[in-house]
Design a protein around this ligand. Structure first.
Ligand SMILES: NC(=O)C[C@H](N)C(=O)O
Length: 311
């Protein structure tokens, strides 16, 4: 069965000056995810590799440069999930890890009996397994501090339905490997001016991501409180379970979120048979996918560009 990787760089009103770098960034991450699969990695390795590439790209900055909360601090959230066993690992409110946050979520999945660690406990665990921690101020960039000074109001940004230049720190990936195993990963700095301790959708199982070999894998982005209310990742998978195509399930679920709670966002989805989709209701979302020796990518609604993919 041909393997598939799909990645996103966050659903929001990406300004023109970031458009090309965002597209290049998601293309590079999709290439990395596919090369992990080609080197014999499984779906979990591929989504981790792809998200790590996005986290390390300063256009997306899911760690260093992430959105600041009301106290001007970074608090990071991430999840990874393995569709074979439903094993998952998540961290929330992490303040002392630069990149990759994803590595830490995977360690929670593989080295603990828990699904999520938060705040101080997440940091203590990172130190106990020898991960590099940094003082939290080191994650704050001048650019983000400037943006934070400019718009000190969470609600105004969200009321604009994500059609503002806010909240650009979410990245994600979904994959199916040649054995038909699926996985998802999502990592974020959240939304600017969130309250201290606010946890968004990204690290919450079934909301920011879900992976199950019996239906597929999804990674979400957008207004976290809306995604949480409709449990977007699981909603998409439940439509797939009821017979909808991956694209239709994603479209219907995002439309439901818009109608029911007036929230905008995006999702990437893949089924165990290799169907995939990248769907969004925000102004833009940078996404890329590799399937059958073709690299697909886009940014604007209905944009579906392609080029040959070679190793
Ligand atoms: N840009 C995003 O996707 C933000 C993320 N969903 C959150 O609310 O934390």
């Amino acid at each position: 069965m041909p393997a598939v990787i799909v990645v996103h760089g966050g659903a929001w009103a990406i300004p023109n000056n970031l458009a090309q770098d965002s597209v290049n960034g998601v293309k590079a991450a999709a290439r990395e995810g596919m090369s992990v699969l080609k080197r014999g990695g499984n779906a979990v390795d591929a989504v981790e590799g792809a998200v790590r590439t996005l986290e390390n790209n300063c256009v997306f900055n899911a760690g260093h440069g992430a959105a600041l909360n009301t106290r001007g601090e970074v608090e990071l959230d991430a999840i990874i999930m393995d569709g074979r066993t439903l094993a998952s690992g998540a961290v929330s409110c992490v303040k002392n890890i630069a990149n990759p946050v994803m590595e830490k979520a995977r360690a929670v999945m593989e080295k603990t009996v828990h699904v999520m660690l938060t705040g101080q406990g997440a940091n203590m665990f990172a130190e106990s397994i020898g991960m590099n921690t940094v003082p939290t101020e080191m994650l704050v960039t001048q650019n983000e501090r400037k943006e934070w000074e400019k718009h000190k109001n969470y609600v105004t940004g969200v009321m604009e339905d994500f059609n503002s230049q806010w909240a650009h720190d979410t990245v994600g990936a979904v994959a199916v490997d040649s054995a038909g195993n699926v996985a998802c990963a999502t990592s974020t700095g959240g939304i600017r001016n969130k309250m201290v301790g606010r946890v968004g959708d990204s690290p919450i199982i079934g909301c920011g991501g879900y992976a199950d070999n019996s239906s597929g894998a999804v990674s979400c982005t957008g207004h976290g409180e809306s995604i949480l209310k409709v449990t977007l990742a699981r909603l998409i998978l439940s439509h797939i379970e009821q017979g909808k195509s991956v694209a239709e399930a994603s479209r219907v679920s995002l439309k439901y979120m818009g109608d029911r709670v007036q929230g905008a966002g995006g999702a990437i989805s893949v089924s165990p048979s290799g169907q995939w989709a990248a769907t969004f209701t925000t102004e833009r979302m940078a996404w890329a996918a590799v399937h059958n020796y073709t690299l697909w990518y886009g940014l604007d609604p209905d944009e579906n560009l392609k080029e040959p993919f070679t190793y």
